[in-house]
Design a protein around this ligand. Structure first.
Ligand SMILES: [Zn+2]
Ligand SMILES: [Zn+2]
Length: 470
C-alpha cells in the first residue's frame, strides 16, 4: 500500500556531465532503435563520399590553426561559431561567432578568392545548430514560463551519428584541444537563456528543473523536479489510514460503496497533509513516505512520526512553513497534527524508510486471568527484555511472507489493572507486532502476555507514545 515514487532520481543525476563531452548518452537506447532505418545508411554513404575520397584525405591537409587547415574548413562550409571553436585561434572568452568571423576575415584578407564549396549546404560540424541557438533559447524560456525555479540543468541530445561524424571531422581538421560540439552548443544555449532569464543559474546536479533538448527535432522537454518536505505527524484519529487507500470494491474508479471517491476511507494522513500542499504549490500529485506506519485504529502521540511529503512537478517552490502547517492542522480538524515542517530531499526519504526506530506504546486489553494482581504483574514483567519470536500475523499474512521475526522487548512497565482490563507501557524494537505480543495470535507469537497469563487477551486500544528517532 505504500505508494512509491514513479520517478528515479538516480537516472537524472547521470545527466550531471551532459554537455561536457561525457560518454554517457541518456538516449542511447532510443537512438539505437531509431538508427535502424535507411536514412542512416544514406547518411553513412554521404559520409563516405565526403571524406574517404582521395582528394579529401585528411592526411593531405594539415589541421588548424595552419592557414591551409583554416582555408579548408572555411571551404567545406564551417559556420562562424564552429570556426571560432575549432580554428585554434580563439583568444579570450567572447562569443564563438565573433572569434569565428575574425578568423574568416583574416583568411579572406590572405586569399580574397577563398569561397565556400557550392555543394556545402550547412556547417558540417554543427549542422547549423549554432544558427538555431537563439530559437532554442527562446523556446526554453517559453517552456519555463510559470515555473518558479532558480537552478536549472540542461541536457542536449545528439544523434550518435552526428556526434561521431563531428568527432571525426574535429580529429582530422580541428586544432588540437578544440572544444567538442556538445559542450560548446550547451554553453551557447545556456548563455543565451541567461540573458533572457535573469537570476537563474545553470547547475550540473540537483536542479529544480531539468531541460532536455533533442537537437534533431529541436524538441524541448522540461521536467520539474519534485519538492520534498519533512515533518512529523501526530495521529489522533483511530479511523484513518496513513496513506490513500483505493476502494476495495472499485479499486479507485469510484462506485456507490465509496461515494464515488475511489477511496476506502474518506481521509488519510497522506491526503490531510498533502492535499493542502499540492494546492499551495500547484503540484501535480504527491507521495507520502512515513518512518513506518501504524494501523488505522492506532493513534500516534509524543513527538509524532517523521514523514517526508513528496510534491510532484510543483510550479511553486516557496513554502511558508508556518502558515501551511496551520492550514493543514486546521483542515485536519483534530484527526492529525503536524509539526516541524521543513525542506527535505530524496536521500532523506531513504533515510526515513531505513531508520529502525524503537517505539514506545501504551496498550490496553481485557484478560480474565486466574491470578492475583501481584502474580499477574510479576508474570507480565517476565517479558521485560525478552526476545519475541513472531510468526507473521494472520491479519497481515495476505501481503507479507510467512516467516519468523525476532524482536526484543526493550522495556516494559507502568502496569495498571482496572477490573478485567489491563494496560502497560512497552518499548520495543522496530518492527515488533505489539498487538500480537499481547494476544499471541493463537500462539504464533511467543512468549506473549496471553501465554504468561494463561488466558485469552483482547486488545482494546493501542497508542504509539513515541518514535525514538532523529
Ligand atoms: Zn557550425
Ligand atoms: Zn469504490
Amino acid at each position: 500500500m505504500v505508494p512509491e515514487s514513479d520517478e528515479d532520481d538516480e537516472d537524472w543525476t547521470k545527466y550531471a556531465d551532459v554537455g561536457y563531452a561525457s560518454a554517457y548518452d541518456p538516449w542511447a537506447d532510443l537512438v539505437e532503435v531509431e538508427d535502424s532505418n535507411e536514412e542512416d545508411e544514406e547518411f553513412d554513404e554521404d559520409f563516405d563520399d565526403d571524406f574517404d575520397e582521395d582528394e579529401l584525405r585528411p592526411r593531405d591537409i594539415p589541421r588548424c590553426p595552419s592557414t591551409t587547415g583554416i582555408e579548408h574548413v572555411i571551404q567545406i562550409g564551417t559556420c562562424d561559431a564552429c570556426l571560432g571553436r575549432i580554428s585554434g585561434t580563439r583568444i579570450g572568452g567572447g562569443p564563438l561567432e565573433d572569434a569565428g568571423s575574425r578568423v574568416r576575415a583574416d583568411a579572406l584578407e590572405r586569399d580574397p578568392d577563398l569561397v565556400v564549396n557550392e555543394d556545402s549546404e550547412y556547417c558540417p560540424f554543427c549542422e547549423d545548430l549554432f544558427v538555431d541557438v537563439d530559437i532554442i533559447a527562446t523556446r526554453i524560456v517559453e517552456s519555463l514560463n510559470g515555473i518558479e525555479f532558480t537552478k536549472a540543468q540542461l541536457g542536449t541530445h545528439f544523434s550518435k551519428e552526428h556526434v561521431a561524424n563531428e568527432e571525426t571531422l574535429r580529429t582530422n581538421f580541428a586544432a588540437i584541444g578544440s572544444r567538442p560540439l556538445k559542450a560548446s552548443l550547451t554553453k551557447a544555449i545556456q548563455d543565451a537563456v541567461l540573458t533572457k532569464v535573469p537570476g537563474m543559474v545553470w547547475v550540473k546536479e540537483k536542479p529544480e528543473v531539468m531541460i532536455l533538448i533533442d537537437t534533431l527535432t529541436l524538441g524541448i522537454n522540461v521536467d520539474i523536479r519534485a519538492l520534498f518536505l519533512y515533518g512529523r505527524y501526530r495521529k489522533l484519529s483511530r479511523e484513518i489510514p496513513q496513506t490513500r487507500w483505493p476502494c476495495r470494491s472499485c479499486r479507485g474508479d469510484g462506485c456507490e460503496a465509496c461515494d464515488d471517491t475511489g477511496q476506502q476511507y474518506p481521509a488519510s494522513i497522506q491526503s490531510l497533509v498533502c492535499d493542502p500542499l499540492v494546492e499551495a504549490l500547484s503540484a501535480s500529485g504527491d507521495a507520502f513516505h512515513g518512518m513506518g506506519r501504524e494501523d488505522i485504529d492506532v493513534c500516534c502521540l509524543g513527538q509524532g512520526r517523521p514523514f517526508v511529503a513528496e510534491l510532484k512537478h510543483p510550479l511553486k517552490r516557496t513554502v511558508d512553513f508556518e502558515s501551511l502547517m496551520e492550514l493543514i492542522n486546521k483542515q485536519a480538524n483534530g484527526q492529525i497534527e503536524i509539526t516541524g515542517l521543513r525542506i527535505s530531499n530524496r536521500p532523506e526519504v531513504a533515510r526515513i524508510k531505513e531508520t529502525k526506530a524503537e517505539k514506545s506504546y501504551t496498550i490496553r486489553f481485557t484478560c480474565d486471568h486466574a491470578f492475583s494482581q501481584e502474580e499477574a504483574e510479576a508474570r507480565i514483567m517476565t517479558l521485560n527484555g525478552k526476545e519475541l519470536e513472531q510468526q507473521t500475523p494472520q491479519r497481515v499474512s495476505h501481503r507479507r511472507a510467512d516467516k519468523i521475526r525476532r524482536r526484543k522487548v526493550i522495556s516494559l512497565g507502568d502496569i495498571q489493572f482496572e477490573g478485567n482490563e489491563v494496560q502497560f507501557l512497552v518499548r520495543c524494537e522496530s518492527g515488533t507486532y505489539v498487538k500480537e505480543l499481547v494476544h499471541s495470535d493463537n500462539g504464533r507469537t511467543t512468549p506473549s502476555v496471553a501465554g504468561v497469563l494463561e488466558a485469552d487477551c483482547e486488545v482494546i486500544w493501542l497508542v504509539v507514545e513515541d518514535i525514538h528517532a532523529d
